[in-house]
Ligand binder design. Structure first.
Ligand SMILES: Nc1ncnc2c1ncn2[C@@H]1O[C@H](COP(=O)(O)OP(=O)(O)OP(=O)(O)O)[C@@H](O)[C@H]1O
Ligand SMILES: [Mg+2]
Length: 252
């Protein structure tokens, strides 16, 4: 089983949107798929209820700390035949909860919204994952995606530079599109909808990165944003430990 954790400490960055679209992609390819929703708001589980029997089957599991430990362990059961598990994290996840989710993950996808505040917070969150979450020691892969992009302005440059200095990929830009809202309302994903070719194209680099299978849809150009694949280096260390991160990512 491959487990993808979709996480960002920032609220409203697109975690549930990415989770549901990834899950419905795998399900539409007949891959046994489960969403494990750690968010007490239960947005992914609500999406599953809307979905009903439409599209490929996605199993739902509830990881939120709402009730007693016994009920929680039953509700978070992931079917044994699951091949792709996608975890929808709550906003503000930290401490033991974050460690619990990390202990399950093979790869981490971090959606980030285009405001300078979100970008600054996300750079710090990535720094925490590397230091406190020790994701490199655990061999967990990490990538960032831009979400709700309206124009190709320079807003992400500081984050791209920060990630580039650490050799972490910035995979794709997901547009601010009504299609994602319609998909959410219908319990579907863009891979299951007509008239959603641009949205499928922009999500494709995420699927390719997770599965390691290139060109999962169409023949159009991949939109992976090329960054030098530097390894952990002396150059990156001051960014991580020192004050350089502030100068690189502070808004304005
Ligand atoms: N690319 C997009 N285009 C248009 N609307 C979007 C897009 N991504 C997210 N949204 C909308 O923005 C809102 C927040 O997105 P979403 O729920 O996916 O974020 P989240 O990170 O899961 O939020 P939370 O932290 O509350 O769990 C939702 O109403 C969603 O439909
Ligand atoms: Mg959410």
């Amino acid at each position: 089983m491959n487990t993808t954790l979709v996480v960002n400490s920032k609220g409203g960055s697109g975690k549930t949107t990415v989770t549901t679209n990834l899950a419905s992609y795998f399900a539409s390819r007949d891959v046994p798929t489960t969403i494990l929703d750690y968010d007490p708001q239960g947005s992914s589980l609500a999406w599953l209820q809307l979905r009903g029997r439409r599209g490929g089957r996605v199993y739902g599991a509830n990881g939120a700390h709402q009730r007693g430990p016994r009920i929680r362990s039953i509700e978070m059961h992931v079917p044994a035949d699951t091949r792709q598990l996608v975890i929808d994290a709550p906003a503000g996840a930290s401490g033991l909860l974050l460690q619990e989710m990390l202990s399950r993950a093979n790869c981490i996808v971090i959606p980030v919204a285009p405001s300078p505040f979100d970008i600054y917070a996300t750079a710090n969150f990535v720094k925490d994952l590397l230091l406190v979450g020790r994701i490199r020691t655990r061999s967990i892969r990490l990538a960032v995606v831009a979400n709700r992009v309206r124009s190709t302005g320079p807003v992400y440059r500081p984050l791209e530079r920060f990630l580039g200095s650490l050799g972490l990929p910035f995979l794709t830009r997901i547009s601010d599109s009504e299609v994602y809202v319609k998909a959410a309302e219908a319990g579907l994903g863009v891979f299951e909808m007509e008239d959603a070719a641009p949205e499928r194209e922009e999500l494709t680099p995420i699927v390719e990165w997770i599965t390691g299978e290139p060109r999962v849809v169409g023949s159009a150009e991949a939109k992976v944003i090329g960054l030098p694949q530097q390894r952990w280096s002396e150059r990156a260390r001051p960014l991580l430990y020192g004050t350089d991160l502030n100068s690189v990512t502070r808004p304005g």
